[in-house]
Design a protein around this ligand. Structure first.
Ligand code: NAP
Length: 281
């Protein structure tokens, strides 16, 4: 039996167990997936203990960066992003990956949207924005970043790091209405990578959907609720929208490929997450 799980703090809200166990049932894979609530001080001994016996782990907040200290080898993408969300153990060694960026790109591909050659504007400059920025550049997108005024430095730092590491060019856009409006004229894909709109504060949105031009694909990586205020308003205007459930499912699917070498049934994963979210409402 393959032992898998999620390590983070807190982990009670996670959809990962439901999503992965649905795949194991569907494919008859002999594996278990448990949630491990581990505070920062306990991470080292947890990872050391998991080396023998566990096939792999997902890693979430607040350990995605600090877990790197306990990893033997990083994938090229995890190295670029500077964070790990998936660990595979083999012969006592720990290999670190980051599947968040791939999850984002694949969730768009799933909806018939490619990122290569597209102008992608990411709102937010935290952990998820980092993964999306690096993966989008690797896929040939042109990325711009916007973070709220008081912490704009985070976007500037991420942009300069991404330019330095990839040779791509990343623009930083002020998050005021006029700057966003004029920049949006050249944008193909708009991404909310902030927590705004997330349960329980579902009546807020990082941007007024009314200023988004026709033809822009609007992505919200928040997945609870599945349809955020931003997506609801963009959809009502006839814009194509993609929910964060896709990124969640596709990062998990990539993790299963890494751990188990299987091709997971994506529709089973979507269904499991959507059902669990609906039940939790
Ligand atoms: P994070 O590292 O804390 O970053 C959050 C970003 O949002 C920061 O840039 C922050 O700006 C910005 N922000 C926070 N509050 C804001 C506000 N009131 N107005 C404007 N900007 C604000 O979080 P994260 O890990 O990147 O996650 C962000 C969201 O994505 C969360 O809701 C998370 O659940 C979701 N997520 C979804 C998936 C998925 O698979 N669908 C994967 C990862 C994350 P400051 O620097 O100014 O604070």
């Amino acid at each position: 039996m393959d032992l898998l799980g999620l390590v983070g703090h807190p982990v009670g809200h996670s959809m990962s167990k439901v999503m992965h166990e649905a795949v194991f049932r569907k494919l008859g894979v002999s594996a278990s997936y448990e949630l491990f609530d581990v505070e920062s001080g306990g991470l080292k001994s947890f990872i050391e203990g998991a080396r023998e016996g566990f096939t792999g782990l997902n890693v979430t907040i607040p350990h995605k960066v600090s877990v790197i200290d306990f990893i033997d080898e990083l994938s090229e993408v995890a190295e670029l992003i500077g964070a790990v969300n998936t660990v595979k153990f083999e012969d006592g060694r720990a290999f670190g990956f980051n599947t968040d960026g791939i999850g984002f790109v694949e969730s768009l591909r799933h909806e018939g949207v490619g990122v290569c050659g597209k102008n992608v504007l990411i709102l937010g400059a935290g952990g998820a924005a980092r993964a999306i920025t690096f993966q989008s550049i690797l896929e040939g997108a042109f990325v711009s970043l916007s973070n709220r005024e008081e912490e704009k430095q985070m976007a500037v730092d991420l942009a300069s790091e991404a330019c330095g590491k990839t040779g791509g060019s990343v623009l930083v856009v002020d998050m005021d209405l006029e700057s966003l409006k004029s920049h949006l004229a050249g944008v193909d894909i708009l991404v909310n990578a902030t927590p705004l709109g997330m349960h329980p504060r579902t009546e807020v949105s990082v941007i007024d959907a009314g200023i988004i031009p026709e033809g822009v694909v609007v992505v919200d990586i928040v997945y609870n609720p599945v349809e955020t205020k931003l997506l609801r308003e963009a959809g009502a205007r006839g814009l194509k929208t993609v929910s964060g459930v896709g990124m969640l499912v596709h990062q998990g699917a990539e993790a299963e490929r890494i751990w188990l070498g299987i091709e997971p049934p994506l529709e089973t994963m979507y269904k499991a997450v959507l059902t669990a979210l609906d039940v939790r409402k």
